[in-house]
Design a protein around this ligand. Sequence first.
Ligand code: GAP
Length: 442
Amino acid sequence: MDELVALCKRRGFIFQSGEIYGGLQGVYDFGPLGVELKNNLKHAWWKSMVYENDNIEGLDASILTNPLVLDYSGHTETFTDPMVDCKSCGQRYRADQVPETCKKEDLTEPRQFNLMFKTNVGPIDDGTSFAYLRPETAQQIFTNFKNIIDSTSRTLPFGIAQIGKAFRNEITPRNFIFRVREFEQMELEYFVAPGMDDHAHDLWVQKRLDWWVKQGVPMKSIELYNVPTKELAHYSKKTIDLMYKFPHGLEELEGIANRTDFDLGSHSKKQDELGINAKVKKNKDSNSKLTINVIEKGMVVPYVIEPSAGVERAMLAVLNEAYTEEELDNNTTRIVLKLKSHLAPVKAAVIPLKKNDDKLVEIAKNIKNDLQSLGLGRIIFENTGNIGKSYRKHDEIGTPLCITVDFETIESNSITIRDRDSMKQERISTENLKAYFMEKIT
Ligand code: GAP
């Protein structure tokens, strides 16, 4: 973890937020390369959900959330962690995360602590008008269920996907970006007819495993955890957690839950008429029945299968898998990030051999612009005049290709391409460069 954290800071992936004022615990900023990696990951998820399925719609709902939404979802009452205070060191901990240095006899009895952030809404700050920062993106998907079926004419099964910020006032944020207070989630709520839920759940576990493998997180680094009944969230009938071997230990990367008809049932009016199976709080405030017509069954409250992954944990996993230290023949070590090319923050660096040679610089800039116009991601014009140093930097940030423009380029209209992983160099005609690049960067 230490090497990864150092690389992330040194090369501009991830910074502690508000660092110049001592930082803000559990909050991070994503630098020039971090924002590219994050966007690429989110795009890969969105593509696999919304574009590659014919029955999934996208949504971008608000972060500020009406407290009633979170009352009926159960968050006001149950979205808590037990916390204890250590009378010796004066620190507050999540009850299951007390360091060994604190003695048992110094700890207070555990008290429940709600993890939601509250904020004032409007000009009067007397506590009567407030909203929550959403603790998960899921709830606005449920509250928009009717809007989406009315505007898209969807029938079951179908899904709604969303990527966005979520906030949790974690008692002990830790392990770099693994457990933070502000993070992003990629969540799909997949609606199915009652009785079809178990099959759909199995299907989504497999689909999500396949996705992780495509992002460079192999099956050997993942374990499935069938969450025992006593640990299940209040809405879940069954949850499979994908546990990843993070540098600090085996922990949850993504959860795939069968949320039953709890959510749409909870947010519906006239619940007694709807045949809801889950135990829901009586809703006196909703103006809608969140049902859908199913042939031969009539109006039903759908069951929900929910794959939910955190973007920061995804970044940590792909960075951890990609981070490699290689011994070279000349007794030196190179650090290389072997990221999948679709995730790499920079797709190619174009490097003129001499930084003050106008002709080489002009050709390199033209190549950069040509490749950039393909729209496959960021291309960098790298004018350091030091090829070795440029290669080292681009290995460390995971750039799949380095393209060198030298004097032979002027004579024979060809450039040298260096492959990040094999370090092999080949000379190709400039005319073939676009096709070569498109084949390598997918
Ligand atoms: N809607 C269901 C839900 O929110 P969760 O297991 O609490 O379920 C889903 O969260 C995912 O969100 C987790 O698997 C994890 O990847 C990410 N996540 C949750 N809390 C987090 C935190 N404090 N910091 C970073 N990621 C977090």
